[in-house]
Design a protein around this ligand. Structure first.
Ligand code: NDP
Length: 257
């Protein structure tokens, strides 16, 4: 397979980032609650079990990225292998481990939501896998010591730890009352309603910083576009549902938003 001209690849990514901005504005202005999890509702077509939906919508990210990366015509240097490991590590959890940790017995999600997520993952994983497999310039040997790499890895590690911790905490809230919701307390929940989303944003912000390319930046932009509106929705939902919800807690950015 020949790499098509990087110029067009970049043009595509600028349009793709523009689309993320449009989606962000639409979700925030119209206060759209994407109908999965607590917002699952009828009117979005047929349903699939929550667990199967998560596996099917996330696994393309793992397989497609790996396919482009491993099948690419570039010789991989240790730095790109590191990016590969970071991606595979995250998506192995998200597609094959996380769905089996959740306590969503008998819960369903609309197939339409699953297909929207698959569409996003197809483009996102292809763009990132294609860049690293076919286009990327070889990262210089000093990249390990570059400030972008060091801060990127730090942000990724802190974000991943926060994301896993917060997901685990939310899942454990359901120890006894299956499918019920409760107010999470402690740790970063003292400051924000959605530390799992804050962690995810830090992860992909860190990835964009350490990999320093347009495809990774686009992924970061889409993560912001998806998760900030959903965090605002969750925050408003907590206040509606629990009258004693802590007033000082923000939605996603401590002390700010
Ligand atoms: P949520 O916070 O909505 O839910 C996470 C899990 O915890 C679900 O099983 C949910 O159950 C349960 N839960 C949440 N809040 C409570 C509560 N107060 N009491 C009891 N149980 C609760 O996260 P999402 O489902 O939106 O996302 C899951 C993961 O996927 C996150 O780590 C997120 O960062 C990541 N993600 C990443 C995206 C990206 O663009 N990179 C996009 C979307 C998600 P239920 O499902 O029944 O509500």
């Amino acid at each position: 397979m020949h790499s098509f001209y990087p110029f067009w690849f970049n043009i595509f990514l600028y349009i793709w980032i523009g689309l993320a901005a449009v989606i962000f504005i639409v979700l925030v202005v119209l206060k759209i609650e994407v109908p999965y999890g607590r917002y699952t509702r009828t009117g979005w077509g047929a349903f699939i079990s929550n667990r199967a939906g998560w596996v099917l919508m996330e696994i393309p990210s793992l397989l497609i990225f790996a396919g482009f990366f491993l099948g690419g015509n570039k010789v991989h240097d240790p730095v790109t292998w590191f990016f590969f490991a970071v991606w595979v590590f995250h998506y192995t959890n998200r597609s094959l481990i996380y769905p089996f940790r959740t306590r969503t017995i008998s819960k369903k999600m609309p197939l339409s939501v699953m297909f929207m997520a698959i569409f996003f993952n197809l483009i996102n994983a292809s763009a990132n896998g294609y860049y690293l497999g076919y286009i990327h310039p070889v990262y210089p040997g000093y990249w390990w010591k570059d400030i972008r790499f060091i801060f990127g890895v730090l942000a990724y590690l802190v974000g991943m730890t926060m994301n896993w911790w917060a997901d685990g905490k939310l899942i454990r809230l359901r120890q006894n009352n299956v499918n019920e919701y409760a107010v999470p307390y402690g740790g970063v929940f003292r400051y924000v309603s959605c530390p799992n989303y804050l962690g995810e944003i830090m992860e992909w912000g860190g990835f964009a910083l350490m990999a320093w390319n347009l495809a990774a930046l686009a992924f970061f932009m889409w993560t912001l576009a998806n998760l900030i509106p959903r965090a605002l929705n969750h925050h408003a939902w907590y206040h509606r549902t629990f009258p004693s919800y802590p007033k000082e807690r923000k939605a996603i950015i401590p002390f700010i938003l």
